[in-house]
Design a binder for this molecule. Structure first.
Ligand code: FAD
Length: 440
């Protein structure tokens, strides 16, 4: 039986597999999905998960539940030898294995584009996974506790920096500030004026997905809240928690979130496949890897021509990833049955972004929305897109809960390091027992 191997269970991987399992006839092919995570993450909801409007578990979809007819392997594809049609898979635990395939779908998405900035690896954090969203929520709330309890640490604890003004950066900036402002209500002696929120962007504007008018509007809305947006500025250093910007500004901060762009997953490059200058697998408009029989690609890790003429290549977005997955699955089935394959063509309809509870900016089909209407549009659009009816219900219940009761401001900082207290207790007991034995 033909073996279809899908590398990555994100947007492209999961939607391709769902469509294949629905459309393949019995005995026609078997499908394996390999991903280091057992879940697909609905990334556009991560800022709301970080802000506590959505329970983090509800922004991920368990792959094994939605793919009952596929084999799901929790592991990482570390290289592909396409001449021999063998992928090397390193499982979550255990030894690397060789996985033969007939058809390969490259859908490993993107990784953060970072720079060798002093202190970034030790003290910065990215924002692309549910783990990072949970960490940031707990971390920001814990900084308010520190500022309340240790006045000499207040300034540093209440300084928050986000680097990168794309939708991920702007949304996490707006949502986290909104949550922190709300949480401050229970901190006697602290006010919003004590907080310093700085968005650092190297270009001369933020949100390149919307028009300059909407980008300027977003900056005004953020600065009206007392937040700083520094354009044409770069992070130079953050060694020891001391943030240094290219405009000469220096200050201390406990929190630096890095969202300054993404680059293609290096798997295609490592496997000697044809890649473009950004490391993306070069694909044709029918989503086949150029010059490689039986290899397909889509999403953030693929360079796919944009046939609508909006740009030379499709931009890395969920919008393209979901639609490309549909065409990709149909084209694989067409090749198995000797049918005709179709090109991918979709006009990017626009962008929606949330800037906190009841605040947003949107530009869809050329229509510009601001404030409440944009925020509602953001929620309606993403709610309609989040996979499975079960997730939709859970997200709706989360929103209603926040609407009807108050926002949850519990900081579960302990979950970042749950064994610490345990290890201290065990060490102390061992130590005192040794001491007792010696005195006897
Ligand atoms: C915070 C945030 C907000 C966003 N908001 C929006 C938005 O509002 N609108 C929008 O259009 N887009 C948005 N995006 C972008 C969008 O999420 C991506 O464009 C989309 O996820 C790309 O889909 P993909 O399938 O290519 O990659 P992904 O969905 O990232 O999937 C890649 C998968 O591959 C897996 N993988 C990685 N390496 C390996 C390996 N070696 N072996 C096996 N598996 C591997 C990963 O674990 C992951 O599950 C946002 C992104 C972020 C981070």
């Amino acid at each position: 039986m033909t073996h279809i191997l899908i590398v990555g269970g994100g947007y492209v991987g999961m939607y391709t597999a769902i469509r294949l399992q629905r459309k393949l006839r019995a005995g026609e092919a078997r499908v394996t999905v390999v991903d280091p995570q057992p879940n697909m993450t609905y990334q556009p909801f991560l800022p709301e998960a970080a802000a506590g409007s959505i329970e983090p578990r509800h922004v991920v979809v368990p792959l094994r539940r939605v793919l009952p007819k596929c084999t799901v392997v929790t592991g990482k594809v570390t290289s592909v030898d396409h001449e021999r049609k063998i992928a090397t898979v390193v499982p979550a635990e255990g030894l690397p294995t060789s996985m033969p395939y007939d058809i390969l779908v490259m859908a490993a998405g993107s990784v953060s584009r970072t720079l060798p900035i002093p202190g970034l690896a030790e003290s910065g954090i990215g924002f692309a996974t549910v783990g990072e969203a949970i960490y940031l929520r707990n971390h920001v709330l814990s900084r308010l506790d520190v500022a309340s309890s240790t006045p000499e640490r207040k300034e540093r604890a209440l300084t928050f920096v986000v680097v990168g003004g794309g939708y991920a950066g702007v949304e996490v900036f707006g949502e986290l500030e909104d949550m922190a402002r709300y949480a401050l209500r229970v901190h006697k002696g602290l006010s919003a004026a004590d907080m310093k929120w700085v968005l650092v962007e190297a270009a001369d504007r933020i949100l390149p997905e919307v028009s300059p008018v909407m980008s300027d509007y977003t900056i005004r809305r953020l600065t009206d809240r007392g937040m700083q947006v520094r354009l044409n500025t770069k992070l130079v250093s953050m060694a020891g928690g001391r943030v240094e910007l290219s405009d000469g500004t220096c200050f201390e901060a406990d929190t630096v979130v890095w969202t300054a762009g993404v680059k293609a997953n290096p798997l295609a490059m490592r496997s000697g496949m044809p890649i473009d200058f950004r490391g993306r697998l070069i694909c044709t408009e029918t989503l086949q890897a150029r010059g490689l029989q039986g290899v397909w690609g889509a999403g953030d890790s693929a360079a796919v021509p944009d046939l609508t003429g909006l740009g030379a290549l499709c931009t890395p977005s969920a919008q393209h990833a979901v639609r490309q997955a549909k065409v990709l699955a149909d084209n694989i089935i067409a090749t198995l049955r000797g049918g005709k394959i179709k090109p991918y063509k979709h006009k990017h309809v626009g962008s929606v972004a949330s800037l906190g509870l009841h605040k947003g900016v949107a530009q869809v089909y050329g229509i510009r929305l601001r404030g409440w209407p944009a925020w509602l549009m953001h929620r309606a659009y993403h709610w309609s897109r989040v996979p499975t009816a079960g997730r939709k219900l859970r997200v709706l219940v989360d929103w209603l809960t926040v609407l009807l009761s108050r926002r949850e401001i519990v900081s579960l900082g302990q979950i970042q390091d749950p064994r610490r207290d345990w290890e201290v207790v065990v060490r102390e007991t061992t130590h005192s027992l040794k001491g007792n034995t010696r005195t006897q």
